[in-house]
Design a protein around this ligand. Structure first.
Ligand SMILES: O=P(O)(O)OC[C@@]1(O)O[C@H](CO)[C@@H](O)[C@@H]1O
Length: 330
């Protein structure tokens, strides 16, 4: 069972234009609405591939109602924590050449009691972690709590640190996918895994990253600060996994043109957890799921027919001098 926790979910609106011309009135050539927020996307990807999950999220306002309706349509089991202000809407402007401009709202201001209810809901679902995960087998956990995404106003940067501390009491393993102060603050609580993208990794390690060696060194710095393992998504360059057992790099060729990079990192995390959340096979799954997501519009999550594990190449101790290309958008 993989429980995702999204403190700042969103209704993701995607507007497609041939080419964005700032300051002009333009007609969209396409549009779509997806349920959004990083943890929500991880749960959507898991459901699309037949894995057990629950999405714990806040809900409120018209956007929140629409978000819950879309999740029900997609068959995503949810635990909602009603809040007084409305869930945000995030806007993606997608141009024909693959350029993506993303405008994310800050999100609703949460009250102290709403934050507490969200933490309680995360820990309460499901109630039988201890049965699923003997405390000594954290290397191969069967239950994960995944805290994903930005934190809305009113939520302290220590939210994920609190989540990790409380999750530990349940026997579940923890993964945190966030950025900035929230990522740095969670490390002291020693999450089992963190999943930054390239920019988030560089920011958290306070170092520029231009080569694979730089990325591995930054991941090691996050491990020294408390993370058990680091799964870093590197956009077109695939992903690296750095843990107690070693360093691996995996990548896969794109199957077709880039439709949308939004949510690709979330699909990658879902693939990693679905494949056991540990080791090079899980890394290969992460890259297969993430690569499949890039070929799909908006933040559509890939299903089994989209995912090609055989196209992924995994290398142990990759070439540290390899210069990385484009950063990931998410
Ligand atoms: O503002 P955050 O929480 O960092 O990111 C939110 C978001 O951009 O992440 C998902 C893609 O990863 C989208 O569904 C959503 O709009």
């Amino acid at each position: 069972m993989i429980v995702t926790v999204t403190a700042n979910p969103s209704l993701d609106r995607t507007i497609e234009v041939d080419r964005l011309r700032r300051g002009e009135v333009q007609r969209a050539v396409g549009d779509r609405v997806d349920p959004g927020g990083k943890g929500v996307n991880v749960s959507r990807a898991l459901v699309a591939n037949g894995h057990a999950t629950r999405a714990v999220l806040i809900s409120g306002g018209h956007a929140g109602t629409e978000l819950l309706d879309l999740l029900a349509e997609a068959g995503v089991p949810i635990i909602e924590v009603p809040v007084s202000q409305g869930v945000r809407s995030n806007l993606t402007l997608a141009e024909a050449d693959g350029t993506v401009t993303k405008l994310n709202e800050a999100g609703p201001v949460l009250r102290a009691e709403e934050i507490e209810e969200l933490l309680d809901a995360a820990i309460a679902a499901p109630p039988n972690y201890a049965l699923q995960t003997p405390s000594s087998s954290i290397d191969r956990p069967t239950a994960w709590i995944a805290g994903c995404g930005s934190l809305p106003p009113g939520v302290g940067a220590d939210f994920y640190a609190l989540l990790v501390d409380r999750a530990r009491e349940t026997g579940a393993a923890t993964v945190i996918d966030t950025s900035g102060a929230a990522l740095e603050a969670c490390l002291a609580s020693r999450p089992d895994l963190v999943k930054p993208n390239l920019e988030e990794l560089a920011e958290a390690a306070h170092t520029p990253i231009t080569t694979l060696g730089d990325a591995v060194a930054a991941a090691e710095a996050l491990r020294e600060a408390g993370a058990g393992a680091v799964l870093a998504s590197l956009g077109a360059e695939g992903a690296i996994l750095v843990d107690d057992a070693g360093v691996w790099h995996a990548r896969a060729p794109l199957a077709g043109p880039v439709a949308s990079t939004v949510g690709a990192g979330d699909a990658a995390l879902a693939g990693f957890l679905a494949a056991g959340g540990h080791g090079p096979d899980a890394l290969a799954a992460a890259v297969a799921w993430g690569t499949a997501a890039v070929a799909l519009p908006g933040s559509v999550m890939p299903g089994p027919k989209d995912i090609d594990l055989s196209a992924v190449q995994v290398v142990r101790d990759p070439d540290a001098d390899h210069v990385l290309s484009s950063p990931e958008a998410s």
